[in-house]
Design a protein around this ligand. Structure first.
Ligand SMILES: Cc1cc2nc3c(=O)[nH]c(=O)nc-3n(C[C@H](O)[C@H](O)[C@H](O)COP(=O)(O)OP(=O)(O)OC[C@H]3O[C@@H](n4cnc5c(N)ncnc54)[C@H](O)[C@@H]3O)c2cc1C
Length: 439
């Protein structure tokens, strides 16, 4: 009999798993259940939708016919309950599905601080397309917005509001932007761009309460005893993996759903992947969560293979993200952080990785050319992390050098000789790596 696969979650982890399963099991019965009406779309693209840089259609990179081609049955609906003993999945509308192998690729949701007034109308987070549409409706009538939080999403929300002419105030708990990942110069570059876009930055200020009028937010209270009037409050203080289904089934969980490097959970027929999974890395013996599109795809690929009974276990790649932060195109790769806790985030944010905060014992080299900025963290024989801002010519080569742990010993001295030499030395490294690869 054909094996029955049920995948809960229609994001990159779930869709990639479904496609991978089909490549390995021509006869299997694959069903993907997703809570959103919209088909498969780019969540990182929501920031560009918010600023008006792209229309909504551009978020949909692949047509719905892709499901048909891969012979994957798609159901729009929400899973209410899973009964692992009888291998039964029940949807909110009462439909029941049976599985032999199940994947939980349910993602994460934005955390809301437990403050009075936090559920008032006009208090927004951005998890999905529906949220972005809601924000776009709100900005049409709003005059003032407050944004709290950190990482990439807070900035995306602030830029989104400002792009629609809304007077935007960004409340920062710390004294500079994303201090646990960026260095002071990098934070200053982003803050300068935000200010140029008319966003007012308030340092050392926290949200203390939300004040409403007729059910909608009208102001926020701040920890210095002040008040800021606003019609929108956007919150981006971190995300929390969706654990409800896993907890209800009694699966082992921590911050996320615990899996081994094959993405198997504590139930051998149930797998978890993407933002929801907290995966054991055998190299470090630690569990980690990433909230990155590319990593969710890699999880989905490996989990799909493993659900068919084969493939190699997961090896956590050096996480990377290429995105605009305050209008500055920025690539973050590997370990670049200061090791400190991020003042503006209670947990990991979207488009974020714990690895960026890791402070390894590395030598930092910086090459500055006005807005084009490059920072490398060098180990004894490899590059451990990089931040590339502005000019992105070195972004892809660096991703390769860091991921593949390319040996840098022969060029390390030149890399540490000073800013002028860094780019040239890197280019020689890239050229040699390419020619060795081609040989
Ligand atoms: C605004 C925003 C900006 C981002 N920016 C970046 C970026 O710059 N770079 C980057 O790399 N990443 C970014 N990300 C993160 C990236 O999108 C996620 O890491 C990725 O989408 C995770 O994929 P996933 O498949 O695990 O979960 P998701 O894409 O979150 O999909 C989970 C799906 O499961 C469904 N679901 C949940 N519970 C149920 C249920 N009970 N029944 C049925 N369906 C259910 C949800 O409806 C959802 O469709 C961003 C995300 C957002 C929201």
């Amino acid at each position: 009999m054909a094996r029955r696969y049920v995948i809960v979650g229609n994001g990159p982890a779930g869709v990639t798993a479904a496609e991978t399963i089909r490549q390995h099991d021509a006869a299997g019965d694959i069903r993907i259940v997703g809570g959103e009406d919209a088909g498969f779309y780019s969540r990182p693209g929501l920031a560009y939708l918010l600023t008006g840089a792209i229309p909504e259609q551009r978020l949909f990179s692949r047509p719905d016919s892709g499901y048909e081609r891969a012979r994957v049955q798609r159901t729009v609906g929400t899973v209410r309950e899973i009964e692992p003993r009888s291998h039964r999945v029940e949807l909110v509308d009462g439909e029941v599905l049976r599985y032999d192998r199940l994947l939980l690729a349910v993602g994460a949701r934005a955390v809301r601080p437990p403050l009075p007034g936090i559920d008032l109308q006009g208090v927004v987070t951005m998890d999905n397309l529906e949220d972005a549409r809601r924000i776009l409706r709100l900005v049409k009538r709003a005059r003032r917005a407050c944004v709290v939080g950190g990482g990439i999403t807070a900035i995306e929300l602030a830029e989104g509001m400002a792009a629609h002419g809304v007077e935007t105030h960004y409340l920062m708990r710390g004294d500079r932007y994303w201090g646990s990942v960026l260095d002071p110069h990098e934070s200053a570059l982003v803050e300068q761009r935000l200010t140029e876009d008319g966003i007012r930055i308030h340092r050392g200020l926290e949200l203390a309460g939300v004040i409403g009028r007729k059910g909608a937010v009208s102001a926020v209270e701040t920890t210095d005893g002040g008040r800021l009037a606003c019609d929108i409050l956007a919150v981006a203080i971190g995300t929390q993996p969706r654990l409800e289904l896993a907890l209800q089934m009694g699966l082992a969980t921590g911050r996320g759903i615990w899996t081994d490097p094959t993405f198997q959970t504590s139930d051998p027929d149930i797998f978890a992947a993407g933002d929801a999974a907290e995966v054991l890395d055998p190299a470090t013996g630690k569990r980690g969560i990433d909230s990155l599109w590319s990593i969710a795809i890699e999880h989905g690929r490996v989990a799909g293979e493993q659900m068919c009974g084969g493939g190699q276990p997961y090896r956590r790649p050096a996480p990377f993200n290429v995105t605009k932060i305050g209008g500055v195109t920025t690539t973050l790769i590997g370990s670049v952080g200061s090791g400190g806790r991020e003042a503006d985030l209670v947990t990991l944010a979207r488009g974020d990785s714990h690895a960026w905060r890791e402070q390894l014992d590395g030598f930092v080299v910086v090459s500055d050319r006005e807005a084009n900025h490059l920072r490398l963290v060098l180990g004894a024989d490899r590059i451990m992390g990089a931040v590339v801002m502005g000019d992105q010519a070195l972004s892809r080569p660096l991703q390769h050098l860091i991921r593949e742990r390319v040996d840098i010993r022969w060029v390390r001295d030149r890399l540490t000789q000073g800013p002028a030499e860094v780019r040239q030395a890197l280019m020689s490294l890239v050229e040699r790596t390419v020619s060795l690869g081609a040989a």
